[in-house]
Write a protein that binds this ligand. Structure first.
Ligand SMILES: [Mg+2]
Length: 454
């Protein structure tokens, strides 16, 4: 499917002209005649890009852009502002309003399509992240943006001219720590170091700046790093090549400090947004499988793994045993020492459990102080050895609180080996019954279930 572009202009003739040029390049075009309509269409049509006229009666382009960027339903859509005058103040005002790019009327086709391609690439990355964000939201992860304007950031500036590099560094927002380097080899090393922005002077004849940009884009560690390229205003073909190589933004020489600062902020804001979405994805994936207190697997995860292991055993695969371990008198630990002490014991117990088990075993916190271990390939003999190792590892040495208090802890364990065709529920019932026996017989012991009734 081709990309959908929203053209906003109060002059019908301008709309028709842009529409025709975009359609000739096979873009799908929708239109709006003012800012209010633009916001409405952006919400409902979800275009991939918005070309927004600045001078409009009622609500001008700046205000329209600010509103689009404040709305979580439209803030991910790149906005290109179209201005009649190439005024520095207008550009900076637009960047402040959250515009992603500028084009000056009359619009040059080469510049237009290079910008459009570059922004559509960016949008496809953000779309993927947004899709994951909706899953993260389902998992209960906060998806509101954090205040990025105060966060420290690092930039690398590549220029053969140290005075120019110094000027660029001076123009960046104060929270950005800049480092100047004079050649691409040095730059490749510098950008590996947690950089948030790369500024490359493409006007230097001393090195191949475009090749550096291509390398940064192709290296997995730096693929997402925003690149801002400095070019000569008359070198349109270099700007287009840079954008097609994946450079995120272009700034013309002589570099205006205010404009560089605004463009750098735009890039940092986008990177922050994308980084945050990625973190949330990692977090939601981890939350889906991990118990946050102990770092062991959670109940949902272990249940699905046990069902898989049973299905495989029933298909003629290796045997599988389960262990249910329950900390003895845990409630009195909480009552006596408080919940924080209880957490320390749970965490310490999880650590001893992991060192007592076999490498293949999967351990999970199943409920409050109850743990379930799935032991793929283990018959009752192996399961009993591991369980006994766990029991003694817990009983032999007390758990120590931060204030030095010792807490003696024991554990009771019930074991069961799955019999052919046995269900998940039936297997856990047998292991539970064995655990009940261990508790009844005096705790601090391992009991194995009888074989399942045939
Ligand atoms: Mg107008």
């Amino acid at each position: 499917m081709s990309a959908r572009i929203l053209v906003v202009d109060d002059q019908a003739a301008n709309v028709r002209l842009l529409e025709a040029r975009l359609q000739a390049e096979y873009f799908d075009v929708c239109t709006a005649a003012d800012g209010f309509e633009a916001i409405e269409v952006a919400r409902t049509e979800q275009p991939d890009l918005i070309l927004l006229d600045v001078m409009m009666p009622g609500m001008d382009g700046y205000e329209t852009c600010s509103r689009l960027k404040a709305d979580r339903n439209t803030r991910h859509i790149p906005v290109v502002m179209v201005t009649a005058l190439d005024q520095r103040e207008d550009r900076i005002r637009g960047l402040e309003a959250g515009a992603d790019e500028f084009l000056t009327k009359p619009i040059d086709d080469v510049a237009l399509f290079a910008r459009v391609r570059s922004l559509l690439r960016l949008k496809s990355v953000l779309d993927e992240l947004r899709y994951r964000e909706s899953n993260a939201a389902l998992a209960g992860v906060d998806t509101e943006p954090a205040g990025e304007e105060s966060e420290a950031a690092g930039a690398v500036i590549v220029s053969a001219d140290p005075r120019a590099a110094g000027r660029y560094a001076g123009a960046l927002p104060s929270r950005v720590t800049a480092r100047g380097v004079s050649d691409p080899a040095e730059a490749m090393v510098a950008v590996q170091d947690g950089t948030d922005l790369l500024i490359v002077d493409l006007t230097s004849p001393d090195y191949d700046g475009l090749r550096l940009c291509a390398r940064v884009r192709s290296d997995a560690a730096t693929r997402q790093l925003p690149i801002l390229a400095v070019v000569n205003p008359d070198d349109v073909s270099q700007a287009v090549r840079a954008l097609d190589l994946g450079v995120n933004d272009i700034i013309h020489r002589p570099v205006d400090a205010g404009e560089l600062s605004a463009r750098a902020r735009t890039q940092l804001r986008r990177k922050h947004y994308a980084d945050r979405l990625r973190d949330q994805l990692d977090q939601s994936l981890e939350m889906a499988v991990t118990d946050p207190l102990t770092g062991l697997h959670n109940r949902r995860y272990i249940s699905s793994r046990l069902r898989q292991a049973l299905a495989s055993a029933n298909n003629g695969g290796a045997p599988v045993s389960v262990m249910i371990a329950d900390i003895d008198h845990f409630k009195s630990i909480n009552d006596l020492y408080g919940h924080e002490a209880g957490d320390v014991v749970l965490q310490g117990f999880a650590g001893r459990m992991q060192s007592a088990l076999r490498a293949l075993d999967l351990a999970a916190r199943y409920g409050g102080e109850e743990f379930l271990v799935v032991m793929p390939g283990a018959g009752m003999a192996e399961a009993r050895i591991a369980a006994e190792r766990l029991r003694s590892a817990v009983a032999e040495e007390p758990f120590v609180l931060e204030d030095g208090t010792d807490i003696a802890v024991t554990v009771s364990v019930g074991l069961a080996q799955a019999s052919f065709g046995e269900t998940f529920e039936a297997l856990l019932r047998r292991a539970d019954a064995a655990l009940y026996t261990a508790k009844n017989e005096g705790r601090n012991q391992v009991q194995a279930a009888d074989a399942a009734a045939a």
